[in-house]
Structure formats: C-alpha cells, structure tokens
Ligand binder design. Sequence first.
Ligand code: FES
Length: 179
Amino acid sequence: MDEHLEPPPASRPGDTGAARPAPWPPRLQAPGTGAGAGPVFEALLELADLPPGSMRRVTRGDLDLLLAHTPAGIVAVEDRCPHMAAPLSLGELDGCVVACPLHGGRFDLCTGDPVRMPTTGGLDPDGVLHPAWTPPGREPKPDPPGVKTEARRLTRVRRFRYYPVRIVGGRIEVALPAG
Ligand code: FES
C-alpha cells in the first residue's frame, strides 16, 4: 500500500535513547485517540521491558493492547488477531511481521496489512475472497456446505488500528480513548 505515514508525536524533554514510536497510517488510528477526542496518554511499560524484537500484552480495563518493538519503532495495537481475535502476543514477531498462533496468518505491524492470509481463507481487508490453504501438490478439498464454511468464507481480516505512542522518561506511554 502506498500511503502517507503519520510521523510519531514529538518526544518531550528528557526523552533519551534510540527507541522511538513507529509511524502509522493516519486512517488506521484507533477510534477515540485523535487529538480532538481528548485521549489520555498513560504510561504502560518501562522501555527496558520491551527490547527490540519483543512483544508484550498490557491490559487496561477491557482493552488488551499489544506493544511491539519493531525495526520501525514501537507500535501499540489491540492484542487481537485481525482475523478471529486470537492474542497475537502468543505469536511470533519477525521484524515488523507478527505470526498468529491460531491459523497461520501473518500481519505487518508497520503497515497494518496482512502479508499471509489465515489457513482458513476468507476475505482480505479489501473484501477479496481467498480460498482455504491447501498443502503444496494437493488438490483443494471442497468445503462441506454449511454455516461454518460460510462463516469462514465471510470472515474479513481487518487492518490494525493504531494507538499513538510516545516515550517519556524511559516509559512507553500510549494514548487510550477517553472515558
Ligand atoms: S485468529 Fe489469527 S489467523 Fe485466525
């Protein structure tokens, strides 16, 4: 996707170190976290607890967030797979790409896009239908008719929604929706 990426918010006096928030596509910012919405930045984690290449789940109320330290910087998104909501913090991070522990989907934390569809197939973020995965060299097996097959087929993988991040005094702060 060729899209302008939002520069990270300016850091504050006292910020140190090379770690930085990653830029994010502006249209993918999480609802309620825009400047006009009165989001509240909250310190969620010590920077030292999120070394490069690592991920952590942090919960505030009913919001489970995934903090990931990618080569592009630190990202905060919901800790829910964009396919069927599995906790991505149990998956694996390789550069910007997180692999889901459930159906083998891979998602780019730096762009918001899927890079490999789940094995179940279904709709990609643009609504394009992808078939269920078939092992190499095998004929695709026809899905049995029924509501479960239809549910898999119509499940749409979403793009990530980003929570603004800033680093202040060695802590990772994330903008949470007000209220
Ligand atoms: S829940 Fe993550 S790929 Fe299906």
